[in-house]
Design a protein around this ligand. Structure first.
Ligand code: AMP
Length: 195
C-alpha cells in the first residue's frame, strides 16, 4: 500500500508516522529526514539543501524527485511505502505518479491530511523547538514554512481530492485519538485495495 501523509509543520506528522509504520509494515520515505541526513554528512546535496531548509523554503523539485526516484527503485519499496513530506508541490505529485507507472508499481492508494487549528500548530511548534532544538523551528522559519504549505502544498491536496484519494483527518486531541482516526481510514482503504 502507498500512503502519502501531508500536513502542515507542527501537525503531529512525525508521531503519527511512527505509529502508522507499525500498522502498515512498509518502508518510511521521509524527504525531510533524507535531506537532514545529507546535510549532516556534508554531501553536495546537503550543502545545497541546507540553506533552503534553514530558510523554511522548499528544496527544488528536480532535486527531491531524483532523491525519491532512487529510493523508490529499491526492492523494499516494491510492496509500497509511507511517503512523509512528499509530494509537497503539484509537479512532485505528477512526477511521483509518472515514476510509479514507469516502474510498473501500484499508484498512491490514499493521501492523508491531518487538520489542526493554527493556534494548536503554533503551540506544538514552540514546544518542539524547546524539546528538540530543530534549527528550522525558529519563529521566522516556522511562519515561512506555513506560508509555503499554504501556497505550494495545499494544491497537492486538491490534486489528490480530484483523484478521490484525499482523506482529511481531525488532528486535534491526543496522539492516541488521532491515530485511532488514521487507523480506521487506512484499514478502509487497505481493504478497498486488497492490501
Ligand atoms: P520536514 O521534515 O518534512 O518538515 O522537512 C524539512 C524541510 O526539508 C522542509 O521545510 C523543506 O525545506 C525540506 N523538504 C522536505 N521535503 C521536501 C519536499 N518534498 N520538497 C521540497 N523540500 C522538502
Amino acid at each position: 500500500m502507498i500512503v502519502v501523509l501531508l500536513s502542515p509543520p507542527g501537525s503531529g506528522k512525525g508521531t503519527q508516522c511512527r505509529r502508522l509504520l507499525g500498522l502498515l509494515g512498509v518502508p518510511h520515505l521521509s524527504t525531510g529526514a533524507m535531506l537532514r541526513e545529507s546535510v549532516r554528512t556534508g554531501s553536495e546535496m546537503g550543502k545545497m539543501a541546507g540553506s533552503f531548509i534553514q530558510q523554511g523554503k522548499l528544496v527544488p523539485d528536480d532535486v527531491i524527485v531524483t532523491l525519491v526516484k532512487q529510493r523508490l527503485q529499491e526492492r523494499d519499496c516494491e510492496a509500497g511505502c509511507l511517503l512523509d513530506g512528499f509530494p509537497r508541490t503539484v509537479p512532485q505529485a505528477v512526477a511521483l505518479d509518472r515514476e510509479l507507472k514507469a516502474l510498473g508499481r501500484r499508484q498512491v492508494d490514499v493521501a492523508l491530511e491531518l487538520r489542526v487549528t493554527l493556534e494548536e500548530l503554533i503551540r506544538r511548534l514552540v514546544e518542539r523547538a524547546r524539546q528538540e532544538g530543530r534549527q528550522d523551528d525558529s519563529a521566522d522559519t516556522v511562519v515561512r514554512r506555513m506560508e509555503v504549505y499554504d501556497l505550494q502544498t495545499k494544491p497537492v491536496l486538491e490534486y489528490y481530492r480530484e483523484q478521490g484519494k484525499l482523506v482529511s483527518i481531525d488532528g486535534m486531541g491526543s496522539a492516541d485519538e488521532v491515530f485511532a482516526r488514521i487507523e480506521t481510514q487506512v484499514r478502509k482503504y487497505g481493504s478497498a485495495t486488497g492490501n
